[in-house]
Ligand binder design. Sequence first.
Ligand SMILES: [Zn+2]
Length: 101
Amino acid sequence: MAWQGSTRRGRLPRNWPQLRRLVLRRDKGVCQAPFSDGSICGREATDVDHIEPGDDHSLTNLRALCHWCHARKSSSEGGTAAALTRVRMDKPKPTHPALED
Ligand SMILES: [Zn+2]
């Protein structure tokens, strides 16, 4: 199996390929990442993400994400001190009060 290796975050179930396909279909192949304004990303989803990281592989804990959002989320979850440091240095912008009327 291609993904075998001890460094991978979490453990994927045997039926992951099927689960993944189900989630992508349920979410219509569209990235479900929420934006702060309440909309969703809406890009073409290529990845399936665990909303709560861990071993909960139920469909309610899975969602489709585009590559970009998944990479962003994975890096903020971190796994290594280096990743955490990097995220802290690269803070997300707070929402812009200036954008409001
Ligand atoms: Zn996205």
